[in-house]
Design a protein around this ligand. Sequence first.
Ligand code: 5GP
Length: 207
Amino acid sequence: MLVLSSPSGAGKSTLTRLLTEEEHKAGRPFHLSVSVTTRPRRASELNGVHYHFITRQRFEAMRARGELLEWAEVHGNLYGTPREPVEQALERGQDVLFDIDWQGTLQLYDASRDDVVSVFVLPPSIAELKARLERRAEDASDVIARRLANTPIELAHWTDYDYVIINSDVQAAFDSLKAILAAERVRRTRQPALADFVEGLLGELKG
Ligand code: 5GP
């Protein structure tokens, strides 16, 4: 499970998109976890692709039935990860990519810390963060103001993450992300077939 978090406007969505495209090209398609949210849909967003947009009532019912792997209230809206698609992808042996906040990340740690690799994306400056929020131009000014007001709380959680990337240059940030992924995939503990492989090597030596 690869988790990407950042304050709103740090450029995380672009990194998620680039990584998804790259992995798809390489024939190792990630399962991109699509969250449910009570936030209103932005004009550029598609229901079922960026989020499943649902009512608060439906969200609360899902939460009560234990259908969410994690959930949190962010900027006044509820967000959560549907459990079943993630569990099915993991059973198929697929890596899963999450774009969730620090509250959700801590819940995934509680559930299975060893299976989570977490990356926090920082903006190069607050001026750039503001510019990105405003460039998006899809959110009303009070929504942008609320997101900016939450920035200190979100920034404070950088210490909860395995890796931190400062997103000054999107290509450099993307290269770092790919390097993290490549290294984490060859971690000894993530290669359960290694014991048999080495046995095979030893057998070949003898034979
Ligand atoms: P946005 O409204 O900009 O799409 O997302 C706002 C924040 O909510 C982002 O930090 C995003 O990572 C976070 N978020 C999106 N989906 C989830 C989720 O399922 N769980 C949690 N905990 N956070 C989420």
